[in-house]
Design a protein around this ligand. Structure first.
Ligand code: NAG
Length: 495
């Protein structure tokens, strides 16, 4: 027994060494195979813009990489200067302060100027072959049939995207406006987007990893996906929406808006004043326009209306700005103001390349929310208006907190909080005592309507498809139903 046990142990050791080796070889093989199958996709999938955009991506990575330190040093404490658009504040945002919150040294100024020179005079002109070919494919498209909505989604955003699409398709009864959802990586185990496209009419899924190499994908994340989606979409008239944004107006009417038709590009304002570093105007050739631009509110880019045909340069330059956003352009554009990110990249790009733009100005942007039991106002999101009629609202950007019901219910605060209704008041971000009733102003109880839609999503549309990792559809739907019942019961109080 002793002998054979010893032999067995030796045999076992041998086997385990061999099997470990096999396992290692297998891992190496699958990784390599996986990698090459990805680049294979690149050849198989055709997108008329893909080649040029891939060339631009390589250009940005090499010749146009900023060769100066990134922007991380602040001379002044930015938060002392935060102020709402349309209100006065004791700290002035004039040329002096705006040039000096973020530190920009001589070397950086020269480098950012060089880059703008090269872009404006060559890379964003037909002299550059990738631009000429991109322009040709964009112009070759049929404008009439090419209006649609673009989302960027994935993982934690899928549920919000579903809710936004459900509202468009079932509440607004718009079954035809085509929708493209961009997802960063094609993943054989992620059936989510497919499921969305099978559930609702005219929804298509696209994956950035089908269009860019792994090398290029590595450099791109978060905010940068948005400008890439705007470049890769097949639509000419694009309504871009953040996943937490619910359009509450007819979409085709938006594309017909007179200010959009006139300019081909509409941006919506944020609560805040513009805080772009004044030196940017000089570095980008906008010195003569510094004054009007610096007085325009900062931008909220949760929704964008843009025409690709007339605004190709804007889209390319904003892709560049986002490519080097976190280290370079986000700080230059916002100087540490709230919401720093991609928000200014589209509008400022349009100014630099001199393509038309329309921004709603002279109006304060409205927040919506409720008062808690201590009469403290708790904002829930941003209401964005019709660009040609400030009395009508187009978008409900439910951004804080987002309607991720798994988080809302599973951390328990939502049920305990005795304010059932959260969408009660519309007011300026800065309290001026001029709030109005949410329900009354919009003429519809959107809070009830939107929560009620969730029941159908969970029990009918996605029946048998697990939406949330941590909880089943039926289980979370019990929470939703209970909440909807409370909303229903509190309806009378609103009148
Ligand atoms: C800026 O550069 C420094 C030094 O190279 C680096 O450590 C830092 O992470 C960079 N900052 C950002 C925001 O990328």
């Amino acid at each position: 027994m002793g002998y054979s046990k010893y032999k067995f142990n030796r045999l076992f050791k041998k086997v385990s060494i061999v099997s470990t080796l096999i396992l290692i070889l297998f891992i190496i093989f699958t990784l390599t195979f996986h990698g090459s199958s990805k680049s294979f996709d690149l050849i198989v999938l055709k997108n008329p813009f893909q080649n040029s955009i891939s060339k631009y991506t390589s250009l940005f990575n090499t010749i146009l990489e900023p060769k100066c330190e990134n922007f991380t040093t602040y001379n002044l404490d930015s938060s002392n200067y935060w102020q709402y658009y349309g209100f006065s504040h004791h700290m002035q945002l004039n040329e002096d302060t705006l040039s000096n919150i973020l530190q920009i040294n001589q070397r950086q100024e020269e480098e950012i100027s060089r880059i703008h020179n090269e872009l404006i005079n060559y890379y964003l002109t037909p002299k550059y072959p990738a631009f000429a070919s991109l322009e040709k494919s964009v112009n070759g498209k049929n404008l009439e049939n090419s209006r649609g909505i673009v989302y960027v989604s994935g993982e934690d955003y899928y549920w919000l995207t579903i809710l936004s699409i459900k509202f468009i398709r079932d509440h607004m009864k718009d079954r035809t406006t085509p929708i493209e959802i961009f997802v960063p990586f094609r993943d054989a185990n992620d059936h989510y987007c497919n499921k969305i496209s099978m559930t609702y009419d005219n929804v298509k899924c696209l994956y950035f990893s089908d269009y860019l190499s792994w090398q290029q994908m590595k450099k791109i994340s978060g905010y940068q996906y948005k400008s890439l989606a705007l470049l890769l979409t097949s639509f000419n008239d694009i309504l871009y929406l953040d996943s937490d944004n619910i359009p509450i107006n007819n979409i085709q009417e938006m594309f017909e808006d007179e200010n959009y038709r006139k300019t081909g590009f509409v941006s919506w304002p944020d609560f805040w004043k513009r805080s772009t570093n004044y030196k940017f105007y000089k570095m980008s050739g906008l010195s003569n326009y510094a004054n009007p631009i610096s007085t325009i509110p900062s931008i909220e880019s949760g929704q964008i209306l843009i025409n690709k045909n007339s605004h190709l340069k804007t889209l390319l330059l904003s892709y560049y700005y986002n490519f080097y956003g976190p280290e370079y352009f986000y700080p230059i554009f916002s100087q540490g103001f709230p919401g720093e990110g991609d928000k200014e990249t589209f509008y400022l790009a349009s100014r630099v390349v001199n393509e038309k733009s329309f921004v709603i100005t002279g109006q304060t942007t409205k927040s919506f929310g409720y008062k808690d039991k201590n009469s403290k106002y708790i904002g829930q999101g941003i209401l964005q208006m019709n660009p040609s009629n400030s009395n009508k609202y187009w978008f409900l950007h439910v951004n804080y907190p987002k309607l991720n019901i798994n988080n809302l219910f599973l951390n328990n605060n939502y049920q305990k909080n005795n304010n059932i209704r959260k969408w009660m008041i519309i007011r300026n971000a800065q309290d001026d005592g001029k709030g109005t009733g949410f329900w009354k102003k919009l003429g519809i109880d959107l809070e009830f309507e939107i929560w009620n839609l969730m029941i159908e999503i969970l029990t009918v549309d996605f029946k048998g498809f697990k939406i949330f990792k941590e909880i089943g559809n039926d289980e979370i739907c019990d929470y939703v139903k209970e909440h909807v019942k409370k909303l229903q019961n509190s309806k009378l109080n609103l009148i």
